[in-house]
Design a protein around this ligand. Structure first.
Ligand SMILES: [Zn+2]
Length: 229
């Protein structure tokens, strides 16, 4: 009798815990989507300001946004404290890190980025102790996932990595960054992009002209994607 009760109790507990986990996953899933959409919004804003299309959001364990950042490499250095600009390290994630006033339980933070973080930003994430990262699309040339081997490096062993969980957002993010990859990466870097996202890169696989040529190609890709959906 004791065993039976115990068994039922364990089972109930297990069901309860599983239900909780599923609810948690659903919540996480919708938060992940909303935050990646926000990072894409910030990435688009960066382009309108003359910088690279990368946006980033950091939330705490309760899902509250504690910082946002975007690439500012094409903008002047801001005089406002905790703002970066006009440099090769004015990356979206660094922008977001600089804006955090005080680190509180960073192991509960999730860093969302429209693009797989680079070695510098991934390194900073490890040093700070961010617990989780989610990115919309891979960066097969500049991304640090491949370089750091997240699950092997001791500084990164506890970081949970979620790479491109939503196909539509992955596509959107790759379309947004592909012209930049074509423009700034060396031939090898562009080749890595062509291999990773062949269909998207095909639209940009022409001699680099002016920025309008790239933007027109980008519009073409978007029109084609809209027709498909
Ligand atoms: Zn970076």
């Amino acid at each position: 009798m004791y065993l039976k009760v115990r068994k039922r109790s364990d089972q109930d507990q297990w069901c309860f815990s599983l239900k909780h986990q599923i609810e948690g996953m659903k919540e996480n899933h919708s938060l992940d989507r909303a935050m990646l959409e926000r990072s894409l919004e910030l990435a688009r804003y960066s382009v309108s300001k003359g910088s690279s299309p990368i946006g980033c959001v950091i939330v705490d364990a309760s899902g509250k946004t504690i910082s946002e950042g975007r690439n500012k490499s094409g903008e002047p250095w801001s005089k406002t404290p905790r703002r970066i600009g006009d440099s090769g390290f004015a990356h979206a994630e660094m922008d977001a890190f600089y804006r955090i006033k005080k680190l509180e339980k960073p192991e509960g933070y999730t860093l969302y980025s429209s693009l797989e973080p680079c070695l510098m930003c991934g390194g900073a994430m490890g040093m700070i102790g961010v617990g989780r990262t989610v990115w919309a699309c891979d960066d097969p040339w500049g991304g640090s996932g491949r370089l750091i081997a997240w699950n092997q490096h001791p500084a990164f062993v506890d970081i949970q990595v979620v790479a491109h969980p939503f196909h539509d957002l992955e596509r959107e993010a790759a379309e947004l960054f592909a012209p930049e990859a074509r423009r700034v990466y060396p031939a090898q870097g562009w080749a890595a992009w062509q291999e990773r996202y062949p269909e998207i890169c095909a639209a940009f696989d022409k001699p680099i002209g002016d920025i309008n040529t790239l933007r027109n190609a980008q519009k073409k890709v978007r029109r084609a994607a809209r027709k498909k959906t």
